[in-house]
Design a protein around this ligand. Structure first.
Ligand code: ATP
Length: 266
């Protein structure tokens, strides 16, 4: 049970049925246990990753409203040492941000070496929102595919490992989650009237996501589509991909300093 990176158009399946992975054969309890196991793997690997200090890891989370970006961060990274992790949420750009190029605010949040940086939304909003809401001409948002690819290439050539997850939920699941947010006082604050407006543009968002997945899943910064209707399964799949990636870096603790040999602490 592993995610595969998007490597061609045929990997891009964004129908409602693709938001589930039925037949994974696991009960809710088993998935929860697997999720915890993968999160513990990340926590263990993060210790050596931090000490090794050669790489940064950037994890980009994208998805429609209520697709579970917050929940994924909470569950998958719960056991990570907070000193080695940053989370950046990208909202509607401020006036100052709008006066800069769209990657200006993003570059400032790129993790330093030794750090895991998580993006809750990202520079991909700068293609999605203008495209769906027709805010700028096509030539402006479509040029951003190449601009982002080059930006991400530069980052990977400078020790940043990039993983991008699109949390894919179905229309029914989003409806259910919105209804929960409206009914439950403790979740009410998460609901914005604008969420319903974006829901009306469901097909336009699908088209915009398809464009992104087609044009920006690269060897150096791959996209993974996560079937995200089932939260426990979502967590296992994301956590496993992150843990496998950390493991593939051949991390090691720095060599002991020879001048410390023989020192005795009285
Ligand atoms: P949810 O949890 O429902 O997914 P959220 O809490 O992540 O939402 P909100 O605070 O509701 O996010 O809002 C973030 C809003 O900012 C989104 O509507 C998003 O599209 C918008 N946004 C982020 N980046 C940009 C951008 N570059 N241009 C325009 N809008 C943007």
């Amino acid at each position: 049970m592993k995610l595969r990176p998007v490597s061609s158009k045929k990997d891009i399946k964004l129908g409602d049925a693709h938001a589930r992975w039925d037949g994974n054969g696991k009960s809710e309890k088993e998935l929860e246990r697997l999720g915890e196991k993968e999160s513990a793997r990340i926590a263990e690997l993060q210790r050596v990753f931090y000490a090794d200090g050669r790489f940064a890891v950037l994890i980009v989370l994208q998805g429609r409203d209520a697709s579970g970006k917050d929940g994924t961060i909470r569950k998958v990274f719960s056991s990570v040492n907070p000193q080695g992790c940053t989370v950046s949420s990208f909202k509607v750009p401020t006036e100052l941000e709008q006066r800069h190029d769209f990657l200006w605010r993003v570059h400032q949040q790129i993790p330093a070496r030794g750090m895991i940086g998580i993006f809750n939304r990202s520079h991909y909003e700068d293609i999605l929102v203008p495209r769906v809401h027709d805010l700028v001409p096509k030539k402006v948002w479509s040029a951003r595919y190449d601009q982002i690819n080059e930006f991400e290439r530069m980052l990977t050539e400078n020790h940043t490992v990039i993983l991008k997850f699109m949390l894919h939920i179905s229309r029914d699941e989003q409806k259910k989650r919105f209804e929960e947010r409206l009914a439950d006082e403790s979740k009410n604050w998460k609901f914005r009237a604008g969420d319903l407006d974006d829901r009306k543009h469901w097909d336009l968002f699908t088209k915009a996501y398809r464009g992104i997945l087609e044009n920006t899943s690269t060897d150096w910064a791959p996209w993974y589509i996560v079937p995200a209707d089932d939260k426990d399964l979502r967590d296992v799949l994301v956590a496993r991909t992150v843990a496998d990636t950390l493991e593939s870096l051949d991390l090691r603790y720095p060599k002991p300093d020879p001048s410390l040999a023989g020192i005795r602490v009285e």
